[in-house]
Design a protein around this ligand. Structure first.
Ligand code: ZN
Length: 465
């Protein structure tokens, strides 16, 4: 990504202008465009707080969206809410000349929180990519809501923050991104059954697998509209992004290799999170995307994990400071304290920033070539590090950029263009001391996330025989 280097350059300039200039010349010599992207600037500023509020209010008005609630009523329950979302996707599709195809994958499930068989239905809109349609970037939020008793399917459960906020984000992203054409496919997923056992994520992840989609990332948004935490802290400048460190599908053999070569902090999901942070903090002013090195909040779950379970990169966004009095609670007042997930606690200007974070990430990924495949690294007991890789199927890359960082740092802090070559030797860069990875770059300068070498960091299954 050009972003962290550019940001760093600003800091360095005063003290190290001659050095920075030399570095810039060296980068320019690599032949890779590193300009700001007008498209991403435009998308970063486009989310409309009024649109987001309208969606959340409409969803709240369905009374409850519990997964086991009424599916026949036109006014109340999850069936009516799902049909409304579908009608919104259809409307957005009409406005873009039919650019959205809508599918409703479903599974009938039973479980601890689903005592009788129930159908879990996702409402999904697909914006097909122009040159790389099998490569897919997924945006998800869940439509279902609940109160204190997870089996209570009739009480009012507004679920404004959890997770009408995420659904509003997905619909707004669809409205904005459907104005453009992208190389890769973008999928907008409104999921059900999250509160009953994370069913909707599983339904969509398995559907994706069955369709042969090459999922580059699921960006899952769940509880993304609150700015006032239980502890009273008010912060509208920060969102958290959770990602697995070691991939869920790692084999014992891969685990042994990782133990000696590293990669516990470089799953494809973790590098998607780094990509989001670099992009969003560059394009959105006064905004922090806080990397949390954990699959999800402590002891809690979300729909992205179902994507990880089938081997797809996936991350979860959640507001900076949660207030548990406004999640999964019966609507009530206790000693002057209001409980319940009502719309009064959603900050729509903040939700617009989280929407921008997701939309510009999806746009950047879908405009860039796929991250390279079969990234290999060598250089033990030599002074140099040698990286090699192959082009992943899909849009061809115009070039590649190699990144490295000290192993204890969160962000990539060194990079070098490799031109169109599929290998590079980094002279006098010791393999022992850094983590390494490779990104693909389009002719227009859009970069993919960084792929760390080996199975630990791979975005795609190996193509080697
Ligand atoms: Zn939720």
């Amino acid at each position: 990504m050009p972003l962290p280097m550019r940001a760093l350059n600003k800091v360095w300039f005063a003290a190290f202008a001659p050095l920075t200039l030399a570095l810039s010349l060296c980068l320019a010599g690599a032949g890779i465009a590193r300009a700001d992207q007008a498209l991403l600037k435009e998308i970063a500023e486009a989310p409309d707080a009024g649109q987001l509020q309208g969606t959340v209010q409409t969803l709240v008005n369905f009374g409850t969206r519990h997964s086991l609630s009424d599916t026949a009523s036109a006014k109340r329950g999850i069936g009516a809410a799902r049909r409304w979302v579908q009608s919104r996707f259809e409307q957005i599709g009409r406005e873009c000349g039919g650019c959205l195809r809508i599918v409703t994958p479903s599974q009938t499930v039973t479980g601890t929180r689903v005592p009788k068989p129930a159908e879990i239905v996702d409402v999904v809109a697909i914006q097909q990519g122009t040159t790389d349609p099998e490569r897919v970037i997924v945006l998800t939020g869940h439509i279902d809501s609940r109160v204190s008793d997870p089996l209570n399917a009739t009480a009012d459960a507004p679920g404004a923050d959890d997770d009408a906020s995420g659904v509003a984000l997905v619909l707004e992203a669809a409205r904005l991104l459907s104005r453009y054409k992208f190389a890769a496919t973008i999928v907008y997923g409104v999921l059900s059954g999250e509160e009953q056992g994370l069913y909707g994520g599983k339904v969509l992840a398995e559907y994706a697998k069955a369709q042969g989609w090459r999922v580059e990332a699921d960006l899952n948004d769940d509880i993304v509209g609150g700015t006032r935490g239980l502890n009273g802290v008010i912060d509208n400048t920060r969102v958290r992004i959770f990602s697995e460190g070691v991939r869920a599908t790692e084999t014992p053999q891969e685990a042994r290799q990782r133990r000696f070569e590293g990669g516990e902090n470089d799953s494809a999901s973790r590098n998607v999170a780094r990509y989001v942070k670099a992009l969003a903090e560059f394009y959105i002013p006064n905004w922090t995307v806080a990397l949390v090195y954990r699959l999800d909040r402590f002891g809690r779950g979300g729909d992205h994990s179902a994507f990880n379970d089938v081997g797809f990169p996936a991350v979860r966004f959640t507001e900076n400071a949660e207030d548990y009095r406004h999640q999964h609670q019966d609507l009530r007042n206790e000693g002057g304290v209001e409980f319940g997930d009502t719309i009064a606690h959603v900050d729509f200007a903040y939700l617009a920033k989280v929407t921008a974070t997701n939309a510009l990430t999806a746009a950047a990924m879908a405009s860039a070539p796929p991250p390279p495949g079969d990234v290999n690294i060598a250089g033990a007991v030599t002074a140099d590090t040698v990286l090699s890789w192959s082009a992943a199927p899909g849009s061809p890359a115009a070039g590649y950029r190699v990144y490295w960082r000290e192993t204890s740092l969160p962000a990539w802090n060194f990079s070098r263009g490799a031109g169109a070559a599929q290998s590079i030797t980094l002279h006098n860069v010791a393999i022992d001391d850094f983590a390494f990875g490779v990104a693909s770059v389009s002719a227009a300068g859009f970069e993919s996330p960084v792929a760390f070498p080996g199975a630990a960091g791979a975005f795609w299954p190996s193509q080697k025989p």
